[in-house]
Design a protein around this ligand. Structure first.
Ligand SMILES: [Fe+2]
Ligand SMILES: [Fe+2]
Length: 198
């Protein structure tokens, strides 16, 4: 049950109401999609569906905070000052977990780590972190060239799906001529071998 991980006692319906009030309709639907995909990936990989579903649902909880709110959280919690050189894409995971703890009382370190790293991946991802990372990319509302291949890979191997997603994310960012967060490159290097295996 979701309540088991939410210190402040929200059940799923309570969480959904809160999230619907804080997120655009589109992003709220995306979170529901990631919840569903995360539960499917959990079942396929011998992980607890409930815990994966909750982490998936909450992964973008902080996505629509203002830049000012993120910058204030970075100061409040004494986080790495380099974070201030990045933006919402990095902040909503790495800083967003502090908002999730404040608002919901989530303390489970595995859930928090999975949400923390959901845009960058990491070289040391737990099974849950891989599930959330991949679910974010392949959930049903996602439509982009390559998503079908990512979905197929995810059915075969979570690691291959992580590798594919990271390579394509880096390619996408490079084409847009924007900086790439170093941890994303670390994830790529840690998983690149899975791209070559058959
Ligand atoms: Fe996100
Ligand atoms: Fe997302």
């Amino acid at each position: 049950m979701y309540q088991d991980y939410i210190g402040f006692g929200y059940d799923r319906d309570g969480l959904l109401s809160l999230m619907a009030s804080r997120l655009s309709q589109k992003r709220f639907q995306h979170c529901l999609g990631v919840e569903k995909s995360a539960m499917t990936l959990a079942r396929q990989n011998g992980y607890e569906p409930e815990k994966a579903g909750l982490a998936g649902l909450l992964h973008d909880y902080a996505k629509e905070l203002s830049d000012e709110e993120f910058l204030a959280l970075i100061d409040k919690y004494g986080l790495d000052p380099d974070l201030k050189n990045w933006g919402n894409n990095i902040w909503h995971g790495k800083v967003g977990i502090y908002k999730i703890q404040e608002d919901l009382g989530v303390t489970d370190s595995e859930i928090l780590a999975a949400i923390e790293d959901h845009t960058t991946g990491s070289k040391d991802m737990s099974v849950l972190a891989k599930i959330v990372y991949v679910a974010d990319y392949i959930e049903d509302n996602r439509h982009f060239p390559g998503v079908e291949e990512a979905r197929q890979l995810a059915e075969v191997s979570l690691d291959k799906a992580v590798a594919y997603e990271t390579a394509h994310t880096i390619e996408h960012l490079a084409h847009q001529a924007v900086p790439i967060y170093p941890q994303t490159i670390e994830t790529y290097n840690a998983y690149v071998s899975y791209l070559k295996e058959t």
